[in-house]
Write a protein that binds this ligand. Sequence first.
Ligand SMILES: Cc1cc2nc3c(=O)[nH]c(=O)nc-3n(C[C@H](O)[C@H](O)[C@H](O)COP(=O)(O)O)c2cc1C
Length: 202
Amino acid sequence: MEKESIDLKVMWHIDAVLHIFAVTIVTSVNQEGKINAAPYSLVLPFCSSPKNPQILLIVNKNWHTAKNIEATREFVLNYPKADQLSDIVKTSRFYDSETNELDYTHYTTISSKKVCPPRIVECYQHIECRVNKIIKPSQAQINFIADVLDVSLDKELYKIPRADCIKKANPPIYLGADEHMDHIFGKLTNISPVAIDLKVDK
Ligand SMILES: Cc1cc2nc3c(=O)[nH]c(=O)nc-3n(C[C@H](O)[C@H](O)[C@H](O)COP(=O)(O)O)c2cc1C
């Protein structure tokens, strides 16, 4: 197969490179305690040690989420289900800083255990985070490395086989934006464990 190199422009990570992302809805609060919510896919476990679990969240510095987290240093990652796409996209609208995007959706909230921003009830999993370090790799971007203070999930997903848990949680996949800058989502339709034989043939 012949290969072709591609030019990288702004947003290359979602419109040039084919990469699959998780979908989270980040809840944060401003200094007056007003709630903000928006979808974020540039999220990755940063430190996998159970002694020091950390998450990396990558945000455009102009977004309310970036401003809130820089001011209060706390946020919650809420993991929505694939059948909530319409509400997920509604939270991505850019309202003024006083508006809680969740008011325009079917989502409801409950308090978090360790931080001020709330958890979204209808999401299946929540990671409560406090910022440990901030990295600004460009003028537009602010990266938060945050300590994981609590992870909670729907009780029905607790301690069941992982494949069943994934089927019940039904997480969407984010596949970037097309030529019209419309977001492309997918869902998991075939979930099956594959045993890996670690023996090397001689
Ligand atoms: C599925 C999805 C994933 C997104 N992921 C990110 C992301 O990781 N980082 C980012 O800066 N913006 C991301 N965005 C864009 C923000 O959600 C959007 O600009 C939003 O208006 C920001 O809201 P806020 O100002 O309330 O934080 C994403 C949008 C969608 C629809």
